[in-house]
Design a protein around this ligand. Structure first.
Ligand code: EPZ
Length: 438
């Protein structure tokens, strides 16, 4: 069997600089958007991560041609598009495959995709996406695990989202971009990647205004042409490294970031006693001494991002005092707590709240990568902070969203090595109770 693991000798400060990749959650939406065009698009700053590779496999199955024309630069030619069904095995691998529903519905009037998979962090319904497609005039049917949306003619509509949903906002923007008439999305998500997708649609000849506010207006156009676009930096990757620098007493420069996108994280790190300096496209994080406990509540942007909550929990496990962390977005996003406890953390989870009583130090341990990439990232942060050696087994969730994680950390002075053994005599069960699938 293949056994991937990270081995971290912790306790070394992160010093130097780390280049931040393009944003995963933007890339997985912009790539389907490119399928809506009548000609090829060129997308720059695309991260080389498993979720992007899955998105490209899906495009291939639909007949769409693509090629890497340079590192992180993709050319997507949707002209040979010949199918409207996202293969179930691929679609289930990645939640964002649901963006093909909006993109194909707009482009061809029909799409089929499996009910989405993704990280195990809660129920993750897509009712708001489906309600919106229906409001645009599509017939929506869910049967045998597939969603089918079809319309002879879409028409712009006023749609109020009952919950602030990034996915529903983007998906409806995609479908509405080619729906005649005007669509108004109310209670829309304001995340920067919503704005990024709107900018790309506009570069393709679309007409989207208000992205970044909670009311987005889309005037449907007859066709979208190919365009060039560079996607925005990944603020969660950046936040993960900022938090790791704060926890290791580091002095780290994050390159290629938009500091404004990171304000909620920066504010909390400062409150905890860490120094953060913002410049044009960089952020410098410096910490000396032990940080203070802070309370954290996750909220839609511009609140504290749920995706940075797990790494932040790892950091606060060694802060002085007791922190209360409230997760309001996902009902099940404290998988990392049990693993951090193996390292000596004192975390009590009750439903959507974790009470973290800071300990002086974490001790290295053997850990299991959990079924949520950000909870897996929290274990990496724990390992960097801890004294001694931490081994993290099962990296497939981390690989979905962090490009060259071990290399980037090693470049900033961490002692991190990755092993991918195809032929191992040691089974994971020999190392840990329970299985990797747990
Ligand atoms: C996106 O998921 C991200 N994924 C998630 O990042 C992120 O945690 C989340 O937004 C919140 O910021 C991608 O962009 C691919 P939502 P998404 O729709 O769009 C409820 C990561 O770690 N809801 O904004 O699926 C839902 O249950 C991943 O990179 C409905 O009730 O999230 C949740 O409580 C994990 N009905 C809340 O809304 C719906 O139809 C926000 O979900 C849709 C959502």
């Amino acid at each position: 069997m293949r056994l991937s693991r990270l081995v971290i000798h912790g306790g070394r400060p992160l010093i130097g600089s780390i280049p931040v990749s393009g944003r995963k959650n933007s890339a997985v939406a912009v790539i389907p958007a490119a399928v809506m065009a009548t000609g090829p698009s060129t997308l720059a700053n695309i991260p080389d991560i498993a979720d992007v590779r899955t998105a490209l496999e899906i495009l291939q199955a639909l007949g769409v041609r693509w090629e890497w024309t340079a590192p992180h630069t993709l050319r997507i030619d949707p002209r040979p598009l010949r199918a409207e069904r996202v293969p179930a095995a691929l679609g289930k691998r990645m939640r964002a495959s649901y963006y093909l529903l909006g993109a194909l519905l707009g482009r061809t009037g029909e799409a089929v995709a499996p009910l989405p998979g993704g990280d195990d962090i809660g129920q993750r319904p897509i009712d708001q996406h489906l309600k919106g497609f229906a409001a645009l005039g599509a017939e929506v049917a869910v049967a045998r695990g597939d969603v089918r949306v079809a319309a002879t003619r879409l028409e712009g509509a006023r749609i109020y989202l009952d919950v602030v949903s990034v996915g529903a906002t983007i998906n409806l923007m995609l479908a509405a971009a080619l729906a005649p008439g005007v669509t108004v999305l109310e209670n829309a998500a304001r995340e920067p990647h919503v704005v990024d997708v709107a900018n790309f649609l506009n570069a393709m000849g679309g007409y989207v205004t208000g992205a970044g506010t909670d009311v987005i207006k889309i005037r449907g156009v007859e066709e979208l042409h190919g365009a060039e676009h560079a996607i925005i930096p990944d603020e969660i990757e950046a936040a993960t490294y900022m938090i790791a620098a704060a926890g290791t007493g580091g002095d780290l420069l994050l390159e290629n970031v938009v500091p404004q996108h990171l304000e909620p994280v920066t504010a909390k790190l400062r409150e905890a006693g860490c120094e953060v300096r913002e410049e044009d496209e960089t952020l410098r994080v410096r910490s000396t001494g032990r940080l203070r406990a802070v309370h954290v509540k996750t909220l839609p942007y511009p609140g504290f991002p749920t995706d940075a909550q797990p790494p932040m929990t790892a950091l606060l496990s060694v802060a002085e005092g007791t922190s209360v962390i409230t997760e309001t977005i996902w009902e099940n996003r404290f998988h990392h707590a049990a693993e951090l406890q193996r390292m000596g953390a004192r975390i009590r989870v009750e439903e959507r709240t974790a009470v973290v009583q800071g300990v002086e130090r974490l001790e290295g341990a053997d850990l299991r990568g959990v079924h949520d990439l950000r909870s897996s990232a929290a274990l990496v942060v724990g390992g960097l902070i801890a004294r001694g050696t931490t081994r993290i087994f099962g990296l497939e969730y981390l690989d979905r969203g962090y490009e060259a994680l071990a290399e980037k950390l090693a470049g900033a002075g961490a002692f991190v090595e990755r092993f991918d053994d195809d032929d191992v005599r040691l089974e994971p069960e020999d190392i840990l109770p329970g299985s990797l699938e747990g």
